[in-house]
Design a protein around this ligand. Structure first.
Ligand SMILES: Nc1ncnc2c1ncn2[C@@H]1O[C@H](COP(=O)(O)OP(=O)(O)O)[C@@H](O)[C@H]1O
Ligand SMILES: [Mg+2]
Length: 294
């Protein structure tokens, strides 16, 4: 069972007709590698879309257990952002369910979800450019203004730059700094679950790395995280588990490391020339050669 292929779930990737939800005989396999116990957040067979009659999610499943950092990867247009938005009440769920701590939260409004401990950082337009850093963070805490000072201290510890430059307008910040403001704003309400949509998009490799490290730190601080990432390989390196979405349904899932080394996942979603930094360091002679998964 140590073969990576055994550890990665393939969920009817090629054969499923458009109208079927994820065809999984073994539901447990869909969330392989998840810790025992009740998930904190669970999406079951989600069908969702923007326009009447057009489903973008065709039966998506995801669980997030307390303390986990879970990644969602997949090609452009796969429905990754739509999945996050449907978890956060921003895209109508047509069938299926979302639960938080065992309670149904399907189609609940975003502000209610924030109050229940869910934070969301959208992919774009995630700061108010004309407001200062501090004002952006106040917007994040508007439902609990008395918490502001305590939470400001918490986020300023994670992102010292924000504390030092609290009076600076967000519009004048670099992309990486704006991303920090967006994450910090979502953290102001002390979420138990943080949904991050491509936090590294548009950043330099160094800034991307900082974003991943910070995400890890937020997770270590006790926040359970779902992160959507285009930088799939890097995301899988920091994630406990990953889900590959394709055409609005689960294609593969499993522990991050297993997905990263699975030949099918590499071929279809990670690119044959992309080499895992860690395995390259271990086996410098194999640079550029995709791991075999054996
Ligand atoms: N606001 C919208 N209205 C209509 N269709 C949309 C909207 N946003 C995204 N879509 C469509 O939903 C599909 C999935 O998009 P998205 O979830 O953004 O993919 P990903 O984040 O995986 O790149 C795409 O076909 C896209 O065109
Ligand atoms: Mg997206």
């Amino acid at each position: 069972m140590s073969d990576a292929m055994d550890a990665v779930t393939r969920d009817d990737h090629d054969a499923a007709p458009a109208s079927t939800a994820v065809a999984v005989g073994d539901r447990a396999a869909l969330h392989r590698g998840a810790p025992p116990g009740e998930p904190l957040l669970a999406a079951t067979d989600l069908v969702a879309g923007y326009l009447p009659g057009v489903d973008i999610l065709n039966g998506c499943n995801l669980v997030l257990h307390p303390g986990e950092l879970v990644g969602i990867i997949g090609p452009n247009g796969a429905g990754k952002s739509t999945l996050l938005k449907s978890l956060f009440g921003l895209v109508p769920v047509r069938s299926g369910s979302v639960t938080l701590g065992g309670e149904a939260i399907t189609n609940l409004r975003a502000d209610h979800l924030v109050r229940r401990g869910v934070g969301f950082v959208p992919q774009t337009n995630n700061v108010f450019p004309s407001l200062t850093i501090e004002e952006n963070l106040q917007m994040g805490a508007y439902q609990a203004p008395r918490k502001f000072n305590e939470r400001f201290e918490f986020v300023a510890d994670l992102f010292p730059t924000l504390g030092e430059r609290r009076k600076q307008r967000a519009g004048s910040l670099s992309g990486g700094e704006r991303q920090m403001v967006a994450m910090a704003r979502a953290l102001m309400m002390e979420p138990t679950v943080l949904l991050l949509d491509e936090p590294s998009a548009g950043l330099s490799p160094v800034k991307q790395d900082e974003t991943f490290l910070r995400t890890r730190r937020i997770n270590k601080a006790g926040v359970s995280v779902v992160i959507v990432e285009q930088n799939a390989r890097r995301a899988l390196q920091i994630c406990d588990r990953g889900y590959v979405l394709d055409q609005g349904r689960n294609a593969y899932s499993g522990p991050g490391r297993d997905l990263m080394h699975d030949p099918k996942v590499i071929q279809l979603y990670l690119g044959t020339l992309a080499t895992d930094v860690e395995s390259a360091a271990r086996r410098p002679d194999e640079k550029g050669t995709p791991p075999t998964g054996a």
